[in-house]
Design a protein around this ligand. Structure first.
Ligand code: SF4
Length: 352
């Protein structure tokens, strides 16, 4: 009876978008919620359909450097992985890679790299400017923590969006996995990006060692307060060349639960069905698209370096070029009764 009463209160909280109590958050991320999970996914899917319609947006990812100065304990390309061959694309290679994907119908790109000290802010401005001059595309940067002045320079050079996951809203948990930086600086970066007028993407890792349901509830509230234009979440997947090699990974059920809650709390945000979800379950991205997601981010990087950019093991699509990915992703989207948006996919804020 007590559980039924709690459930009624829980559904009421979700329907009214009230903050979850730590107990409610703990419950929805526990196995006890399994019999009710599909109802939550259905609610999120309905909000997505009602607020945003059936379109799915494509963002082509260009992984232009796997050099990174950081030591994120879960990441396969961190500076700690001394055995990994490193690469860095030139400006022309980046511009040409995007040109090839534009010919296949992509109009929105994410330039992603480690925090590579081999590029100065001026170098990156040159790359951004060259891409925007040659191609009529929307450009998202995913290149980590920089001073505010650098973010301002990237924006002036033509960057439209910036993706920087907070990873966790818990500063103590953050400190365990990021010895090179502080949570406060990460948060500062996100505030700077918002103030500078970027369309901001953030997100978290689900399943980090030491993370519990109450912690995920706080992540949800952090993201709700930040109100980013996009939120990408992925399961923690232990990489054999990292200090967390032996830790248990995050589950798809927990990721989909967080995704569905995000859709309820941020109805108009872009929420990707992430490649990492598809890497722990062959139907991971399809399930995410049925639980609130409305974005897919195919890898359009040159084939030559795909193997060397594995933040986590078992990453899918390493052998599919941009054209094959485009076909495969479109088939997946259409197969779900959805349509592919072929535009640049800028945010349209709604009243909700
Ligand atoms: S997660 Fe990003 S910043 Fe951290 S080590 Fe990996 S590439 Fe570098």
């Amino acid at each position: 009876m007590a559980e039924r009463m709690d459930l009624e209160m829980l559904w009421q909280s979700l329907e009214t978008r009230a903050a979850l109590t730590p107990e409610q958050a703990g419950f929805v991320f526990s196995p006890a919620f399994d019999p009710h999970r599909e109802r939550l996914f259905g609610m999120a899917d309905e909000v997505r359909r009602r607020v945003l319609g059936d379109e799915v947006f494509l963002r082509g990812i260009v992984e232009f450097s796997n050099v990174c100065r950081c030591q994120c304990a879960y990441c396969g390309i961190s500076a700690l992985n001394a055995g990994l061959p490193r690469y860095r694309l030139t400006r022309e290679e980046i511009v040409d890679t995007i040109g090839g994907a534009v010919a296949m119908g992509y109009r929105s790109f994410v330039l992603q790299s480690g925090e590579d000290p081999g590029y100065t802010a001026d170098d990156l401005c040159g790359i951004i400017g060259a891409v925007k001059e040659r191609h009529d595309v929307a450009l998202t940067l995913s290149i980590g923590e920089w001073p505010r002045e650098a973010y301002a320079a990237f924006k002036a050079a033509g960057a439209d969006r910036y993706l920087l996951r907070i990873e966790t809203a818990d500063p103590a948990l953050y400190a365990r996995f990021h010895p090179h930086s502080t949570w406060e600086n990460r948060h500062r970066c996100l505030q700077d990006l918002k103030e500078l007028g970027y369309q901001v993407g953030s997100g978290i890792l689900v399943g980090l060692p030491g993370q519990d349901g109450a912690s995920l509830g706080r992540d949800l509230e952090y993201l709700r307060a930040l109100r980013p234009e996009m939120v990408g979440i992925g399961p923690f997947i232990p990489h054999p060349a990292t200090p967390l090699a032996g830790a248990p990974g995050g589950t798809l059920a927990a990721c989909l639960t967080f995704l569905a809650l995000l859709r309820l709390y941020l109805p108009d945000a872009f929420l990707p069905a992430t490649t990492a979800m598809g890497s722990i379950d062959p139907q991971g991205r399809q399930k995410a698209l049925r639980a609130g997601a409305n974005v897919v981010m195919p890898n359009v990087s040159p084939m030559t370096h795909r193997e060397e950019y594995q933040l986590y093991p078992g990453k899918i699509c390493l052998t599919d070029d941009a054209g094959a990915c485009r076909t495969c992703v479109e088939r997946m989207i259409v197969g779900l009764g959805r349509t592919v948006n072929t535009g640049q996919g800028h945010i349209r804020r709604r009243v909700y």
